[in-house]
Structures are given as structure tokens and as C-alpha cells.
Design a protein around this ligand. Structure first.
Ligand SMILES: [Zn+2]
Length: 338
């Protein structure tokens, strides 16, 4: 802090090039001795700290903020002072967490009401985002850095009903509302409930538990050994399987627990014979009481004793993948979408 002529403060950004062309991670923040008594002095101190942590001005460089949003209500890195509070703003938090991850706070098992906050971020624990209070359609993606929303996606995350999920924030559980929701998991093990409505749930990576609950739901387990529940109501749920290696391993594979005659197993995206070029359709050859000694490539049969669909995908005649389907005594052609 000293008497700066012609400026209130300045700061180096990380990885500043030094004379010999090397880069150093060393920042210096310089503030004029009178900074704290100047108008918005605390805001400008945050601005210089922002530079030192790697943030640039929103009106300079290749990526520019919409001029309508370039003010200190949205980011302390703006030169347009409109802020009434001297805190980091939405864009500052999003930008800093995209570099450093979330703060080491909110470490317990937290629950977040979808729509309450512009940004949901979390430092650890087993956490839940719930939209159970909402009747509108929601799009809730648990991937870090996802732009989520209620009803309609806006161009700007600052608009009403837009919810940003912080980069590197890991949320374990999601609960939908009573609309027709789209819910996606992240790379860890997720537990997801659709609630009412015709929901589409995508587990992505990890060993996920997906529950469609009420309504005609579409469940996509993704990779890992996933547990799929369409819901007990008399509606048509669709279970989607896109690739053999998404079914899991012989010891730990996907399972559908409440299959009914109304439900469908969708293998349209599935390549059933990896030895042939292109995507080969799955051939369901029927239900049997015992395992078959030899199986043709590209086929699956249902073992009614073990409740398992058994797949042969690599052409050696020996089963490669399994899918448990419980709820019906046999599987029929009509239950498949191939
Ligand atoms: Zn600046």
C-alpha cells in the first residue's frame, strides 16, 4: 500500500511473463494508501484481488461479457460501478470456481432447493438437489459447469429460473418435480428420482440408481452397474441401453427391478455384434429356463431362472454381457424396441 499517482490500485495476473520469457506464479496487489476511504474502495480492492487470482476485465480480450451485464452487480471485474454490496458477484464466483474449484465450505450433507439460488456450489459431503416443490418442467444436469433451468433456457445465466451448477461441485442425488423433467447425473454414483411426470433420467458414468417414479419415464443408466426402477404405476417406462460396455461386468451389471408388460427395453442405439462393421441390431432369441452352451454373435436370450438377459457380442459364442430384468416371468419380443 502506498501513494500511487493516477490510479487507485493495480495487480499482476498469475503466470505473468517475466523478463527472460519464463512465467512465474507470483502476484502483487498494490493499493493506494487511501483505498479504504475512496468511493467503492472495498469493491476495487476485490477487483485487484480478482486480477491476482486470474480474472480479467469483462470488456477486454477475446471473450466479452454482454455490455448489458458488464457492471459490478454481476462482476467486480467491471469498470461500471452499480454495486450496492461489496462482495464477489455471480460471474466472479463462477469464474473463480472454474479455476480453483469450490471453496472448502458446505462440506456436510447439504440439500439445495432448485430455483432458490443462481449458483449451486458445494465443497463436499453427500448432497441433494431437489425440485420436488416445482410443477414446471426442469432440466437438471449434475455435471459441473452445467447451465440448468426451470421451463426454458435463457441466453444468460442471470435471467430468472436459470441455475448454474459450479465447476468441480459434486452433487450425489437429484429429485425431480411433478413436470416432465430431464435429469442427468455426473461421473460419480448418483441416486436420482424423477417424481411425477414423464421424466427422462440419464445416469451417465458411475453405479447409479435411477427411479422414474410416477409417469411414463425413460431411464438411461449409462456406464457402470446401474439400478433402474421405472416406478410401480401402470405407465409405460422405457429402459434405454446404448452400448454393451455400458451394461457393466459379469459380477456387477445393470438391473431393471420393476419391469412390467407395459414397459420396454430399448436397444436401438446398441451395437450387438462388435465383430461386424457398423451398428448391428440386437436379435432377441427368446426366454429359456437354463443358460445356453453356445450363442450366436449379436443375440440375447432371457434366462427365466436367473432373471438375466444374456448377450453375446464378440463372436466367440460365449456370453459377454448381462442385464438383470426382474418383474416379469419371461421376456417377449414385444417388450423390446430393437
Ligand atoms: Zn482491473
Amino acid at each position: 500500500m502506498y501513494d500511487i499517482v493516477g490510479a487507485e490500485g493495480y495487480a499482476d495476473t498469475p503466470f505473468t511473463k517475466i523478463a527472460d520469457g519464463a512465467r512465474q506464479f507470483q502476484q502483487e496487489i498494490v493499493l493506494d494508501a487511501t483505498w479504504s476511504t475512496r468511493p467503492n474502495g472495498y469493491l476495487h480492492a476485490l477487483h485487484e484481488i480478482g486480477h491476482a487470482l486470474g480474472l480479467k476485465h469483462p470488456f477486454e480480450g477475446e471473450t466479452l461479457l454482454n455490455p448489458d451485464e458488464d457492471n459490478t452487480n454481476n462482476t467486480v471485474m467491471s469498470y461500471t460501478d452499480t454495486a450496492v454490496t461489496y462482495t464477489l458477484k455471480t460471474y466472479d464466483i463462477i469464474a473463480l470456481q472454474s479455476i480453483y474449484g469450490p471453496a472448502k465450505a458446505r462440506l456436510g450433507n447439504n440439500s439445495y432447493k432448485f430455483g432458490n439460488d443462481e449458483i449451486i456450489w458445494d465443497g463436499g459431503g453427500a448432497d441433494t438437489i431437489t425440485a420436488a416443490h416445482l410443477r414446471e418442467k426442469i432440466v437438471l444436469d449434475l455435471a459441473g459447469g452445467a447451465h440448468n433451468y426451470i421451463r426454458k433456457k435463457s441466453a444468460s445465466i442471470l435471467d430468472p429460473d436459470q441455475i448454474w451448477l459450479g465447476h468441480f461441485t459434486q452433487i450425489e442425488n437429484a429429485i425431480g418435480g411433478s413436470g416432465n423433467d430431464a435429469i442427468s447425473g455426473n461421473e460419480i454414483n448418483n441416486s436420482t428420482r424423477g417424481g411425477k411426470g414423464n421424466d427422462r433420467i440419464n445416469g451417465r458414468d458411475g453405479n447409479d440408481t435411477l427411479r422414474g417414479e410416477t409417469g411414463a419415464d425413460t431411464l438411461v443408466g449409462g456406464s457402470g452397474a446401474d439400478r433402474l426402477f421405472g416406478g410401480k404405476d401402470p405407465s409405460k417406462d422405457v429402459f434405454v441401453f446404448r452400448a454393451a460396455d455400458e451394461l457393466g461386468t459379469p459380477d456387477r451389471h445393470d438391473a431393471v427391478f420393476d419391469f412390467t408388460k407395459l414397459d420396454r427395453l430399448d436397444f436401438r442405439a446398441f451395437d450387438a455384434d462388435l465383430t461386424a462393421a457398423g451398428q448391428q441390431k440386437l436379435d432377441f432369441i427368446g426366454s429359456f429356463k437354463t443358460d445356453r452352451a453356445w450363442q450366436e454373435a449379436g443375440t440375447a436370450y432371457y434366462n427365466t431362472r436367473t432373471d438375466m438377459l444374456v448377450f453375446e457380442t464378440d463372436g466367440d459364442g460365449i456370453a459377454d454381457h448381462w442385464l438383470t430384468v426382474k418383474g416379469v416371468s419371461t421376456l417377449k419380443d414385444a417388450y423390446f424396441i430393437l
